[in-house]
Ligand binder design. Structure first.
Ligand SMILES: Nc1nc2c(c(=O)[nH]1)N[C@H]1C(S)=C(S)[C@@H](COP(=O)(O)OP(=O)(O)OC[C@H]3O[C@@H](n4cnc5c(=O)[nH]c(N)nc54)[C@H](O)[C@@H]3O)O[C@H]1N2
Ligand SMILES: Nc1nc2c(c(=O)[nH]1)N[C@H]1C(S)=C(S)[C@@H](COP(=O)(O)OP(=O)(O)OC[C@H]3O[C@@H](n4cnc5c(=O)[nH]c(N)nc54)[C@H](O)[C@@H]3O)O[C@H]1N2
Ligand SMILES: [Mo]
Length: 766
């Protein structure tokens, strides 16, 4: 008898798909029919859903089972696990929550739970964690994100809003029709456009680039690597030293002013602070004119190239775009602010196809023609404690309870955390300086995680609760970057004894007597319907008729049409700044911010400036650590998700992550193709496989993120996780963002026996 094959509509952050199920197992993920460039990451899913790495049953760390909250937290990551029943696990979680809340108060529970979780919005684990903890009395939360947290807190001071960095920028139709010159700081790496937070029905970026190219748009990529130029784009490459873009941008602006060709009128009518910035550019404030020759010494880009590019950009309708990576670096405020200032001096802001944008190839859907209507979403509720830290400051908080810190004009004190609750994120992926995090991780009394797989996070928790994947539950997903919303049908029974995060929290809320506050009386399908209907109301109010819920659920998706008129960012503001002021204090673009001046931060002055990061190729420490390590997003996975999947492991070399290194740097160190190398600095060391790349600027090495953290001790991570090397300091006191892209290292051939990578094997469980 032939096996019955069944098909279910589904969705992931890497795209919509049809789940193909046979014999109770996921056998294939067929891309959504309307996706013009589906992501290969779909191929990793079937094996990972049924992987031996799944957490099958609730498990408790042996030391915690014995000594509960008095156990030695330093054993996390070393101890083995004991499987227990759901009743035992939930009772332990419940009594710990109660104990910590009554002994120390709710702010002693760290429930920030940063992480990407699922594309499904109902079962989005981080949102559910917040709903659950908020309903039970609150927690300490996290503000901002690793992706564009610096921009999130800077841009409101400068342009009155951070929404342009979420993708709401002058759209591709406007670019194809009007842009002549498109300058991409950080390039256009298409690997990153596989991903949309919340999922998508289409991956149009490659097609949009082709269309723009065919329409005659000229592309310039300013980046340390040629790999940031998509094949066929025929872009001009300007190699640059990492973390120096602000100097280049400021020098372009200085050159425009020196030649008298800057758009003085726009700078006067639509901006404030031009005089103060010009004083800085012309050297009146510090005696250093920010000329192209000055920038050449910093960026290693010839002064003639800087001058010509500035002139060319003034003459042609120009769009400037900054990859999000530029602001994920020490002093990452400066390139973003400098880019806005340069765009203002070029004078194309608010004109079709001109101005400034962020992250055109940082994520799928940036610059998509779209309606500005809310996508499907779940509310997380209010946090009664009000306690919140900047997201990337987690290690500081755990190490230094009671210590004061500054953030965006406020001074606060780190809370004293006794319990950590995490679902849908992997701090041993996302945080910088993992050896430091690992030390801090020993301090809380109890750490609880819901996980699908035995990730490094799960292996450092005291109580691990097995979560389902999206295939094992019903949900709804989509994002404002895309014009689709998707039904996600349950395709499989829960694997092992796993449960939905929602059901885990519902039972815990029932134990605590607040089930109604948490569920609001809705079960899974009532919530899916509710989310759809709230979204549908927003569609309706803006003149779009979506099908009723049942029709949507049957069809598997609903969509709204592309808008007819191209969107041009700041168009109305340009036409009439008095009638359409920005939401800045002055209503205009702030090239000088009185508000920021009032904060008195030397690490973020009131106008864009070149501030040398703590680590870059021009810093004194470069004498000892001569290579700048960049840690881009991985091509074969989303962060650390499904690192054991095929599209991820296919890119590893002998089971380790690949480090890109220039031929010059490899040769001077005696490193050959695919040699095992140690990448190291004062913070740590990891092993990786060398890949020699002639398209990489000498002095720069690149190791993508995402390899599951695998270290027996602080001396050596064996799998290629670059976050043992990165610097854990905030970008500045203004935004406290992640400085992931500012790290200096040395690389050496590894001549000893190669330690085995064990993290992708099933852990010890009894
Ligand atoms: N060096 C360096 N570090 C970086 C960056 C960098 O550029 N350089 N980039 C940073 C950026 S931009 C980001 S966004 C972060 C990403 O950091 P994270 O979002 O923390 O990384 P993920 O690997 O996506 O972690 C998601 C986790 O949630 C789990 N999960 C997925 N779905 C569910 C679910 O339904 N329920 C439960 N309980 N769990 C689920 C997955 O198994 C996975 O372990 O990393 C940051 N770290
Ligand atoms: N396949 C895949 N795609 C992803 C993700 C993933 O995990 N996997 N993660 C998604 C997420 S959460 C985010 S936030 C985005 C992040 O999007 P980005 O932050 O834009 O991504 P990165 O890959 O860190 O950096 C893009 C490029 O910037 C260049 N670059 C780095 N530093 C500098 C610099 O100082 N100057 C210049 N000029 N160039 C520099 C690097 O060459 C790099 O290839 O990616 C998203 N897309
Ligand atoms: Mo991100």
């Amino acid at each position: 008898m032939s096996e019955k094959i069944r098909r279910f509509p589904s969705l992931s952050h890497w795209g919509a798909f049809t789940a193909v199920v046979a014999g109770g197992r996921l056998v294939d993920c067929e891309p959504f029919a309307h996706d013009s460039a589906p992501s290969g990451i779909l191929r990793s899913m079937p094996a990972m859903v049924h992987s031996p790495l799944r957490v099958n049953r609730p498990a408790i760390r042996r030391g915690w089972l014995r000594d509960r909250h008095l156990s030695d937290g330093g054993e996390r990551g070393r101890d083995d696990y004991v499987e227990v029943s759901w009743d035992v696990a939930l009772a332990a979680v419940h009594s710990e929550l109660q104990r910590v809340r009554s002994e120390y108060g709710s702010e002693a529970i760290f429930g920030g739970s940063y992480g990407w979780s699922s594309a499904g919005r109902l079962h989005h684990a981080r949102t559910q964690t917040h709903r659950f903890l908020n309903a039970g009395g609150g927690c300490t939360n996290q503000a901002g994100n690793y992706s564009w947290g610096t921009a999130q807190f800077l841009l409101p001071h400068v342009i009155g809003s951070y929404t342009p960095v979420t993708g709401r920028v002058t759209d591709w139709n406007s670019v194809a029709a009007h842009t002549r010159l498109f300058i991409a700081f950080g390039g256009m790496p298409l690997r990153n456009t596989q991903i949309t937070s919340g999922g998508a029905g289409d991956h149009p970026v490659a097609g949009q680039l082709e269309r723009a190219r065919a329409a005659g748009v000229e592309f310039v990529v300013i980046s340390p690597t040629r790999r940031d130029i998509p094949a066929g784009l025929d872009a001009r490459w300007i190699p640059i030293r990492p973390n120096t873009d602000a100097a280049l941008m400021l020098a372009m602006m200085q050159a425009l002013i020196a030649d008298g060709i800057h758009d003085e009128a726009f700078l006067r009518t639509h901006c404030v602070g031009f005089d103060a910035l010009r004083d800085y550019l012309e050297g009146r404030t510090d005696g250093i004119p920010k000329t192209p020759e000055w920038a050449q010494a910093i960026c290693d880009v010839p002064a003639t190239v800087i001058r010509e590019l500035a002139r060319q950009a003034r003459d042609a309708r120009t769009m400037l775009t900054c990859a999000w990576s530029l602001q994920r670096a020490h002093r990452g405020e400066q390139p973003y602010w400098a880019c806005i200032a340069l765009a203002a001096a070029l004078g194309h802001i608010g004109m079709p196809g001109g101005g400034v944008a962020f992250g055109h190839a940082s994520m799928n859907g940036v610059g998509n023609p779209r309606m500005e209507i809310a996508g499907p979403a779940l509310e997380s509720g209010r946090n009664p404690t009000g306690s919140v830290i900047p997201v990337a400051r987690v290690t500081d908080m755990l190490l230094h309870p009671g210590q004061a810190y500054e953030f965006n004009g406020r001074e606060s004190v780190y809370p004293d955390i006794k319990m950590v609750y995490w679902a849908g994120g992997n701090p041993f992926h996302h945080q910088q300086d993992l050896n430091r995090l690992n030390r801090a991780w020993a301090r809380p009394q109890t750490i609880i995680a819901h996980e699908i797989w035995w990730t490094p996070m799960a292996r450092r928790a005291d109580i691990v609760l097995p979560a389902t994947t999206t295939l094992e539950r019903n949900d709804i997903g989509g994002s404002t970057r895309d014009r689709y919303v998707f039904a996600m049908h349950q395709a499989l029974a829960p694997v092992g004894d796993s449960r939905n995060d929602f059901d885990i929290y519902r039972e815990l809320a029932a134990l605590g007597g607040y089930e109604q506050a948490y569920t609001e009386g809705r079960d899974e399908m009532a919530w899916v319907r509710h989310i759809y209907e709230s979204m549908n109301k927003a569609w309706h109010d803006s003149g779009h008729e979506a099908p009723g819920f049942d029709a949507f659920w049957d069809q598997g998706y609903a969509s709204i049409p592309e808008p007819e008129r191209p969107f041009v960012l700041f168009e109305d503001f340009r036409q009439d700044p008095a009638a359409h002021p920005l939401r800045t204090p002055s209503g205009r673009i702030e090239l000088y911010s009185e508000k920021i001046a009032g904060f008195g931060y030397a690490d973020c002055p009131p106008h864009p400036a070149w501030l040398a990061p703590a680590e870059w190729l021009g810093s004194p420490v470069a004498a000892r650590w001569p290579l700048h390590l960049l840690t881009p997003q991985p091509a074969g996975k989303l962060h650390s998700q499904m690192d054991g999947g095929k599209t991820s492991t296919d890119l590893k070399i002998n089971g380790r992550e690949a480090l890109l290194i220039s031929p010059e740097d490899a040769e001077s160190r005696g490193i050959g193709q695919h040699d095992l190398v140690k990448v190291y600095n004062d913070r740590g060391a990891c092993l990786a496989a060398a890949v020699i790349d002639a398209g990489l600027k000498p002095g720069v090495v690149m190791l993508p993120t995402g390899a599951w953290f695998d270290a027996a001790d602080e001396r050596l991570e064996v799998h290629g996780n670059p976050n043992v090397l990165t610097m854990d300091v905030g970008t500045s006191r203004l935004t406290q963002g992640s400085s992931a892209q500012s790290a200096l290292v040395e690389v050496a051939r590894w001549n000893e026996a190669a330690p085995v990578v064990r993290v992708l094997e099933t852990p010890a469980i009894t």
